[in-house]
Ligand binder design. Structure first.
Ligand SMILES: Cc1cc2nc3c(=O)[nH]c(=O)nc-3n(C[C@H](O)[C@H](O)[C@H](O)COP(=O)(O)O)c2cc1C
Length: 265
């Protein structure tokens, strides 16, 4: 059976998860959601098994992943699954949100959905884990992803987690996130440490960063993935006053060059 996994990522966790799941599935394409951002209209997957892998934001889906899901034409799909990566919780609500979008727009929901804990990257709120703590988290996530890949390969159906409490959290916080997300970059600044390397612009899945006079300028189409902040080799990008000195993060199984290719069609 041919498979396609669409992914959205800021710091690589979701791409690493997509790659780990794709391995045992055999004939499987891994396609960035960001590569559809400049087009409109239905997305028709060229595969019978279709997956979406993305992070959890505010106990829901990243805005770009939600908009992408609305475009999916699943008429020819035999099996539809999702894996969401998160730093602590909210996966059940994000999966339920996706299931609802697909039922509304594509006329069929998820066959299976899984949430996997990975290192958190919401640097505006907290440090990312480092050292042994990070390694332990990734080791546990990898073991879980191997198991999930097996369950997807067997075509398991009906495993969609539920959490009424998390759904309440999502109802309280997610609408705020969606209405403020694109302009959040107004808080972003760049310091003298910037070397004009352009990594921030290249990795941005939203194509939101322009280099002007060798420095990044944010154009208010931000997805709040925090990739520019985490991946700047000089740690020259801050969001407000709280991110200075906080631990940066990139999933070690993903190279910067892979993150730079997200918008390529
Ligand atoms: C804006 C934002 C909001 C987030 N919200 C949540 C959340 O509600 N629950 C959670 O457990 N993790 C949350 N996280 C952490 C990410 O879901 C987690 O680190 C994810 O694995 C990052 O995936 P990526 O490396 O593919 O971008 C958030 C991260 C960001 C940047």
């Amino acid at each position: 059976m041919k498979s396609i996994i669409y992914y959205f990522t800021g710091t690589g966790n979701s791409l690493a998860a997509a790659k780990k799941i794709a391995g045992p599935l055999g004939d499987c394409d891994i396609v960035p959601v960001a590569s559809f951002a400049d087009s409109t209209g239905p997305v028709v997957p060229d595969a019978e098994r279709v997956g979406l892998v993305c992070p959890v934001y505010f106990a829901g889906l990243p805005a770009m992943a939600a908009t992408f899901a609305e475009r999916l034409d699943l008429a020819a799909a035999d099996y539809v699954f999702s894996v969401v990566t998160h730093g602590g919780g909210g996966g059940a609500a994000a999966l339920r949100q996706l299931d609802g979008i697909l039922r509304d727009k594509a006329g069929r929901g998820l066959d299976a959905g899984f949430a996997v804990s990975m290192p958190g990257n919401y640097i505006q709120m907290h440090d990312s884990p480092a050292g042994e703590k990070r390694d332990r988290l990734l080791e546990a996530a990898n073991a879980e992803l191997d198991m999930i890949a097996g369950r997807i390969g067997e075509g398991e159906r009906g495993s969609l987690p539920n959490s009424p409490v998390v759904r309440i959290v999502r109802a309280l916080t997610y609408p705020w996130f969606r209405s403020h997300v694109h302009g959040n970059d107004r808080k972003f600044t760049v310091s003298e440490a910037c070397t004009s390397c352009g990594t921030c612009a290249a990795v941005c899945p939203a194509g939101n960063i322009e280099m002007v006079g060798g420095k990044p300028v944010w154009n208010h189409r931000c997805e709040l993935c925090c990739g520019c902040i985490h991946l700047c080799p000089a740690e020259a990008i801050q969001a407000g006053s709280r991110t200075e000195g906080r631990q940066r993060y990139r999933n070690p199984s993903v190279e910067i060059a892979e993150l730079e290719r997200q918008r390529e069609p």
